[in-house]
Design a protein around this ligand. Structure first.
Ligand code: NAP
Length: 287
């Protein structure tokens, strides 16, 4: 299997490295070409000058791109490079409807599409331990097992195309609630002048312990908010969650509240910070 990776950001670049380690990586492409040039040189794989050139050389095209319209543009640019029996696997977080539309478009060319959004953060991408929730044809997903094994430790087939993204939306609602709880609780701890690293340590070992507290707690209390996962990207995801909830006739409180908080952070120029910068907002409650 020859895999090409498109989108070498915080998640895509480490996924490409792990695919290379598994002997599967053929080529890379990135909008900012310098990132692809550097990685291609480092790993001795092909630097593709266009998405179409990458697609020509690969059986499987893995995309990891910011948002819906960006992904549509990339799929469009695969153009002549696509041919029957090739597979596009998208690991971005986009609307389920976008996944379904792209699958229909690609099916006309005999190209299979799998939506396989991921969870586990930059750490999971680097360690090859992502949890992946996939939507698409079972046989195609079976064929992709070597790829999934290279980048993740858990792959679950959720159903037809779009079900991966629908599951990811569930994950993102939960991630918002966890971010709200952890940042608020740690600001509450700081206001009581508690030793913050001890607070994180002891709570991590108990029933309230969680991934976000362990991985982002120590940096947020030092006012370090390097992504990680950008506020603007989680804001985009929560808009997807909001749209799905609206279709179901409800407004989800955690989603509505977090959208407001993230909007304020983005307006203040913190959109490219890690989502743990919600701690900034929570500290203001005590000022
Ligand atoms: P990132 O570091 O901002 O990287 C975004 C990538 O998309 C970059 O390679 C960027 O190219 C490319 N891109 C954006 N717009 C494009 C366009 N119009 N045409 C072509 N390429 C475009 O983001 P990330 O954290 O890797 O996230 C990527 C996706 O994974 C997002 O959908 C995100 O929601 C999802 N995700 C992220 C995490 C996380 O913890 N970070 C976890 C799970 C899922 P340039 O280099 O040229 O900007």
């Amino acid at each position: 299997m020859k895999v090409g990776v498109i989108g070498l950001g915080a998640m895509g670049a480490p996924m490409a490295r792990n695919l290379h380690q598994a002997g599967l990586l053929q080529a890379v492409w990135n909008r900012t070409a310098s990132k692809a040039e550097q990685l291609a040189a480092e790993l001795s794989v092909t630097f593709a000058s266009t998405p179409s050139q990458l697609a020509t050389q690969c059986d499987v095209i893995l995309t990891c791109i910011s948002a819906d319209d960006d992904l549509r543009a990339v799929i469009d640019a695969l153009g002549d490079g696509l041919a029957e029996n090739k597979i596009v696997v998208d690991t971005s977080t986009v609307q389920p409807q976008t996944a379904r539309e792209l699958a229909m478009l690609l099916a006309q060319l005999g190209v299979a599409f799998v939506d396989a959004p991921v969870s586990g953060g930059v750490e999971g991408a680097k360690n090859g331990t992502l949890a992946m929730m996939a939507g698409g044809d079972a046989d195609v997903i079976e064929k992709l097992q070597p790829l999934f094994a290279a980048i993740g430790s858990k792959i679950t087939h959720m159903g037809e195309v779009g079900c991966g993204q629908a599951t990811k939306a569930v994950n993102q609602v939960m991630a918002a609630g966890i971010n709200q709880a952890v940042t608020e609780a740690l600001a509450f701890a700081r206001a009581q002048n508690l030793p913050m690293h001890k607070v994180i340590d002891v709570i991590s070992g108990g029933a309230a312990g969680n991934w976000f507290l362990q991985h982002r707690g120590p940096s947020m209390v030092e006012a370090i908010f390097e992504p990680g996962f950008k506020v603007s990207l989680h804001h985009k995801d929560l808009q997807i969650c909001k749209a799905i909830a609206e279709e179901l006739g409800v407004a989800l409180p955690v989603v509505e509240m977090t959208l407001v908080h993230y909007w304020r952070l983005m307006n203040a120029g913190y959109g490219d910070e890690d989502i743990s910068s919600l701690y900034r907002e929570k500290q203001q409650l005590f000022s």
